[in-house]
Design a protein around this ligand. Structure first.
Ligand SMILES: [Zn+2]
Length: 62
């Protein structure tokens, strides 16, 4: 059970705990088409390491 879930997560995500980066493999950059990295800190956003394109997930007003 646990092995299957772990394998699935590794298939879909690539997590870097040092920089809080999650690479979701089905999110692609609209500019260059490469896989984008998901950042949670300081704000949730998608970032393309190739061309530098950044897409903010939530822009909540306080
Ligand atoms: Zn890009």
């Amino acid at each position: 059970m646990g092995k299957k879930v772990k394998a699935y997560i590794r298939m879909v995500y690539e997590v870097d705990f040092n920089s809080w980066t999650i690479k979701l493999k089905n999110k692609k950059c609209p500019r260059c088409g490469s896989i984008m990295a998901h950042h949670m800190k300081p704000v949730e956003r998608w970032h393309c390491g190739k061309c530098g394109y950044t897409e903010f997930v939530s822009q909540k007003k306080r």
